[in-house]
Write a protein that binds this ligand. Sequence first.
Ligand SMILES: Cc1cc2nc3c(=O)[nH]c(=O)nc-3n(C[C@H](O)[C@H](O)[C@H](O)COP(=O)(O)O)c2cc1C
Length: 171
Amino acid sequence: MSESNPVLDVIFGRRSVREYLDRPVPDELLEKILLAGIWAPSGLNNQPWRFAIIRDRSVKSQVARLTRYAAIIERAPVIIPVFIDRESMYNEVKDYQAIGACIENMLLAIHSLGLGAVWLGEILKNAEKVRDILDLPETLELMAVIALGYPAHRKQKSSRKPLEEFILKEI
Ligand SMILES: Cc1cc2nc3c(=O)[nH]c(=O)nc-3n(C[C@H](O)[C@H](O)[C@H](O)COP(=O)(O)O)c2cc1C
C-alpha cells in the first residue's frame, strides 16, 4: 500500500476551476498564496514577479472585457494579474521560467487551501491594456491573470496523454 503524500496529492488533485461561489477570499489565505508564489525558485534569486490584487468589481469588469474568458473574471471574487518586472530581468528564458514556477506554486497553494483557480493566458493579447487599466509602468509585462475563489463545484475533469509519449530516451 502506498503512503499518502500531501504534495503529490495536491499536484494530482489540482484542476482548473472556472466557477466560484459568491464568497470572499480571506486576506490571510491570499497572503499565503502570494508567499507560496514568491518562494518559487528564480535564476540568481532575482525574484522578477510582481502582483496586482483586484477585488474591485468595476476594475474586474474592465479587465474582463479584454478576454473571451470574461465570465470567469466577473465571477471570481479576486483576480491576480501576474507581471514580470523587466528591470529585474537578467535572462529572458530563465526569467519567464521563474514566473511559471511562481504561478504554479500559487495554483498549488490555492488548491491546498480549499480554494480553486485558473491560469488565464488568452488575455495576454491585451497585456498593455491590462497594464493601463491598473495604471502601471511599461517596465511591467503581464504574464497571466489568476482568477480564484471558492469553487462552485469540484466536477472539473482533465486528462493527460500517456507518459510514454513524452519520454524521448531512456538509456
Ligand atoms: C499558459 C497557460 C494559459 C492558459 N490560459 C487559459 C485561458 O486563457 N483560459 C482558460 O480557461 N484556461 C487557461 N489555461 C488553463 C488550461 O486550459 C488548463 O490548465 C488545461 O486545460 C489543463 O487542465 P487542468 O489545469 O484542470 O489540469 C491556461 C493554462 C496555461 C498554463
